[in-house]
Structures are given as structure tokens and as C-alpha cells.
Design a protein around this ligand. Structure first.
Ligand code: ZN
Ligand code: ZN
Length: 155
């Protein structure tokens, strides 16, 4: 109460400064984002758009959240930062998420035509863990010995 009186009687320019407004606005924005999270709305780390979490195909959760539309760009930069153990784990998750919610298929070679695909990403073959060989030294039949498979998402 005393403080309020002081502020009112002795006009303090610091409290009216644009900086102060920006700070308060930033706090408001943080509060709103928290409130949205409570309502089940979360944000893509890449495009910053909000998505409804009740629709599990909207956002891919790998510890952080990235939306379906951002997957190709995000993956091409993010996969380079991962060591092979982490990469395998995220690839496994991503691949099953894309298959479950976006009708993705695993194929051995890049599709010849891109017209019918939404996007495609190349990942380590989960069967031979990228070696191209299975236990007895034979060529892995899941990736034709290439060690990689394509995840193709149809339109
Ligand atoms: Zn996004
Ligand atoms: Zn393989």
C-alpha cells in the first residue's frame, strides 16, 4: 500500500518505460503458453505454431515437440547432431509414429516418383542397425545391404 502511494505521488518514470511493458508482455505470453499447455495445446519447436495434443499425429514427441509439417527440415538438421545411439532411438520412434499416424511405409530404395509422396526421409535400417549385414554375415534383406531404408509418407 505504501509503495503504491509513493508511485502515484512521485511519478516514477522507470515503471512506465517501454522496457517495463515489454517485460510484462513477455510474462503474459509465458502465462498464456502455460495455460494452453493445460488445455492440451502445445507448440512446435520449429515453426512455433500451436497444435492440439489430443490429435497424436500433429506433433512428434522426441523429448521436444515438432509438428508433422516440419519433420523433413527438422530431421535433416537434427539427425546430423545425434550420435548413433540417440539417432537410432529417435529414428525408431519417428518411424513408428509416421507409420502409425501418417500411413508411412519403409522402402529399400528412394521412390522413383515424388508426386505421390508427401515427403521421404532416409534412416538407418533397424534390422541390421545400419551395417547392411545380418548376424551370419549375409546381406540384410530389409535394406538390400545398404544399411539405410527410406521412410516414405504418402500424400
Ligand atoms: Zn512445425
Ligand atoms: Zn538392413
Amino acid at each position: 500500500m505504501h509503495r503504491e502511494l509513493t508511485t502515484n505521488s512521485q511519478h516514477n518514470p522507470a515503471n512506465d518505460s517501454p522496457f517495463h511493458d515489454v517485460e510484462r508482455m513477455e510474462q503474459d505470453v509465458r502465462d498464456i503458453i502455460d495455460a494452453l499447455a493445460l488445455l492440451g495445446v502445445k507448440r512446435c519447436i520449429r515453426c512455433r505454431k500451436f497444435f492440439q495434443m489430443s490429435e497424436p499425429g500433429n506433433l512428434f514427441d522426441f523429448g521436444q515437440l515438432v509438428c508433422f509439417g516440419c519433420i523433413p527440415d527438422w530431421w535433416s538438421s537434427y539427425s546430423k547432431q545425434l550420435n548413433s545411439t540417440n539417432r537410432e532411438e529417435v529414428e525408431r520412434k519417428l518411424s513408428s509414429w509416421l507409420r502409425k499416424y501418417h500411413r508411412a511405409e519403409l522402402v529399400r530404395e528412394a521412390p522413383a516418383t515424388l508426386e505421390s509422396t508427401e515427403f521421404q526421409i532416409v534412416t538407418t535400417c533397424g534390422e541390421c542397425r545400419g551395417s547392411g549385414k545380418i548376424l551370419d554375415g549375409q546381406r540384410c534383406r530389409f535394406c538390400n545391404g545398404l544399411g539405410t531404408v527410406w521412410i516414405v509418407v504418402p500424400k
